[in-house]
Design a binder for this molecule. Structure first.
Ligand code: CA
Ligand code: CA
Length: 148
């Protein structure tokens, strides 16, 4: 069992970060939507409120189709929130988010944080692909690197 420190820089090892970034790249191969993971030591106050602030701060409201999705992960308390931009809310229902959340939770409860993020990212990519298919002239509008 790996002991993890709630430090956004080294909570995940290099191989684990690679796996997460790879999952984002794979997911974005199916959709024009942009997916990002943000690591916080600990959310200060309301989780969703913190995620919203980060969403703005990272410039995630600036995608052309307003189809960015953020997985915000508060490391110390192992809590996460998923936030999608306006373009997504106009199209997908609540069931979409519940599905993604349960995919992640199923792994997180087993302390499989990389697997949880991978599963969530994959689910987001597949669902977004239906509403926002990737076009041949797609641009990677938001870097796939893990944010902190
Ligand atoms: Ca893109
Ligand atoms: Ca991207």
């Amino acid at each position: 069992m790996v002991t993890r420190r709630a430090n956004p820089r080294n909570f995940f090892g290099r191989d684990e970060k690679d796996r997460i970034v790879h999952a984002i790249r794979q997911a974005e191969a199916k959709t024009s939507g942009e997916i990002r993971v943000y690591l916080e030591r600990k959310a200060k106050g309301n989780l969703l409120g913190c995620a919203k602030k980060v969403f703005e701060k990272l410039g995630m409201t600036k995608t052309k189709l307003r189809n960015g999705v953020l997985i915000y992960f508060s490391l110390l308390d192992r809590q996460f929130a998923i936030l999608g931009d306006q373009g997504i809310h106009d199209r997908v229902g609540d069931s979409f988010w519940h599905e993604v959340v349960s995919k992640i939770e199923n792994r997180f409860v087993q302390n499989d944080f990389v697997g949880g993020l991978e599963a969530g990212i994959q689910e987001i990519g597949e669902s977004l692909g239906k509403f926002f298919p990737r076009r041949s002239d797609d641009i990677d509008e938001l870097s796939n690197e893990i944010q902190q």
